[in-house]
Design a protein around this ligand. Structure first.
Ligand SMILES: [Zn+2]
Length: 272
């Protein structure tokens, strides 16, 4: 039998109501049992409409449509962009802590030996500290660069697209939310296709090729996504999206290089 009040918010409910009119909770609520747990677990991963696999499939060929529908108000059709993005970050963190990432071999020892020949102790110390920081930066980036990419590049890329499309209807948050879908999908492609190849071969050439392929993929993917999102047909409009996407990739590369180089040169001491 259906209760007379919503078990979640106490709102009065009518006999024919399937959901509470105030909070949206189902009116037909049972005690928790093991069946509930299994059902919820299976449901949250595989339910036809809101499963992450269904979303990934759709994002592989219609990313712009998925984002546009979400912005237009179809909020329950797919897993929400923020949830999707957080799940991808979670999987990324798990993989990074489980698998050893490829490190480009660099002979820091030989570099240090060369520096130790320098007579002036102040100059020598300065250069040795710089090598320490180079080594730190490289270790950190070879382990975390993809996570940093995912976390820091998304707002930057959204800002650049916001500027490129400032005359159109979407605000910055709408761009950011759309890019949660796009960046999340690009990161899944990296995790599923590119990272395994880099890890199997463990060679600098494969690593650099893999990164280059990924940047190219991301460039094209986001341009198509934005072309679909803006929903105006025509070569000129596609080229505009491609140019915006190219600018976003270049800005991200320049900014991240600048941050790393500033760290190596100064250790950020002049900032604090
Ligand atoms: Zn309620």
């Amino acid at each position: 039998m259906q209760p007379a009040r919503c078990l979640n918010c106490e709102q009065t409910i009518l006999p024919e109501q399937k959901f509470c009119s105030q909070c949206g909770q189902k009116t037909d609520i049972h005690r928790l049992d093991f069946h509930y747990l299994v059902h919820e677990a299976v449901h949250s991963i595989t339910h036809a409409d809101k499963s992450i696999f269904n979303l990934l499939a759709k994002l592989s060929y219609q990313p712009g449509h998925v984002a546009r529908n979400f912005l237009a108000g179809k909020r329950k059709r797919f897993l929400s962009p923020l949830n999707f993005y957080l799940i991808i970050i979670g999987v990324f963190v798990f993989l990074l802590s489980t698998f050893k990432t490829f490190e480009q071999p660099t002979n820091f020892a030989a570099w240090r030996a060369g520096i130790s020949q320098i007579k002036d102790p102040i100059e020598r110390d300065r250069k040795l500290q710089k090598i320490d920081r180079s080594e730190n930066a490289m270790k950190f980036m070879s382990k975390n660069s993809n996570l940093v990419n995912l976390l820091a590049a998304t707002p930057l890329v959204s800002l650049i697209f916001f500027v490129f499309y400032r005359k159109r209807a979407y605000n910055f948050t709408e761009h950011l939310v759309s890019n949660f879908y796009f960046s999340g999908f690009a990161a899944s492609v990296f995790m599923l296709l590119i990272a395994p190849v880099i890890n199997i071969f463990q060679s600098t050439n494969v690593y650099l090729t893999g990164i280059a392929c990924f940047l190219l993929f991301e460039l094209l993917y986001r341009s198509i996504a934005y072309y679909q999102l803006m929903n105006i047909k025509g070569t000129r409009h596609y080229l505009y999206a491609l140019f915006a996407s190219f600018t976003a990739v270049i800005c991200w590369i320049l900014l991240s290089r600048w941050v790393i180089n500033t760290y190596i040169e100064t250790g950020f001491k002049s900032f604090f």
